[in-house]
Design a binder for this molecule. Structure first.
Ligand SMILES: Nc1ncnc2c1ncn2[C@@H]1O[C@H](COP(=O)(O)OP(=O)(O)O)[C@@H](O)[C@H]1O
Ligand SMILES: [Mg+2]
Length: 227
């Protein structure tokens, strides 16, 4: 697929261009954008197809979840309050395998091209890295970049030169400190529920996670989108 250049108007970031086509996601009064949810949904449908192929669509069954996620990404104060979402925290996006968590975490930042991006990285790859490189790999995440740790819980225990390490548990504790001291956000996708997270990472990590993240869940019967 040919990638069409995407850009936005820096004077009015509610206007996004895909090639020469303009998408207006809301109205801008010089300091605030009032997003229009119908326009946002239309743009996500189009951008999703550009990024992931023609079968991409927004599912009706995920409407509530999509509204929450859109409210978070565009930081709409009114709807975030309604959904009890804190825009200063990260997202913990949970749901069954294949429901579209990773896809949405890759898609939604395109709504706000003027904001700082996060890096999406599979937890499995981080642990593979640890097994080769060791503790330096953990230190690498003690920085001020934003990350989305994808598929938390599927990774194995790390093992470097005979030493075992719960790599993601350690990284989450570092990320908590960075969140507390510098306000830098981390996001997560996972298939695990709260009890399973606690079992895998312990109470120390679980209690910090409660502070760091807004929990947003797909419905447990959200369909598998793998075609
Ligand atoms: N909204 C969607 N429309 C069409 N296909 C989708 C949609 N969301 C996800 N998919 C496809 O379904 C599969 C699983 O999506 P993925 O985001 O990897 O799920 P998860 O991360 O929840 O396991 C992928 O092949 C993806 O391209
Ligand atoms: Mg995934």
């Amino acid at each position: 697929m040919t990638r069409i250049a995407s850009s936005f108007d820096p004077k009015n970031p509610s206007i996004i261009y895909e090639g020469a086509v303009e998408y207006k996601l809301g109205t801008f009064d010089g300091s605030f954008i009032q997003y229009d949810l119908t326009s946002v949904a239309r743009y996500l449908n189009i951008k999703g197809k550009l990024l992931f192929g023609k079968n991409f669509k927004l599912y009706d069954e995920d409407k509530e979840l999509l509204l929450k996620l859109c409210s978070y990404f565009v930081a709409d104060a009114h709807s975030c309050k309604e959904y009890d979402i804190d825009v200063d925290k990260g997202l913990l996006l949970t749901g069954p395998v294949g429901c579209g968590k990773t896809t949405l975490m890759r898609l939604l930042p395109h709504l706000v091209p003027h904001r700082r991006r996060y890096i999406v990285i599979p937890c499995r790859n981080i642990v593979f890295g640890f097994n080769g490189i060791g503790f330096k790999m953990i230190e690498d995440y003690e920085d001020t970049k934003q990350y989305c740790f994808d598929d938390l819980g599927v990774e194995h225990m790390g093992r470097h030169y005979g030493k075992d390490c719960n790599v993601m548990g350690e990284i989450l504790i570092s990320r908590y400190d960075i969140f507390k001291h510098k306000g830098i956000k981390t996001h997560i996708t996972t298939n695990l529920n709260a009890d399973e997270l606690q079992e895998k990472y312990g109470e120390r990590v679980r209690s910090r996670m409660r502070e760091m993240f807004n929990l947003i869940s797909f419905s447990s019967n959200s369909s598998d989108k793998r075609g």
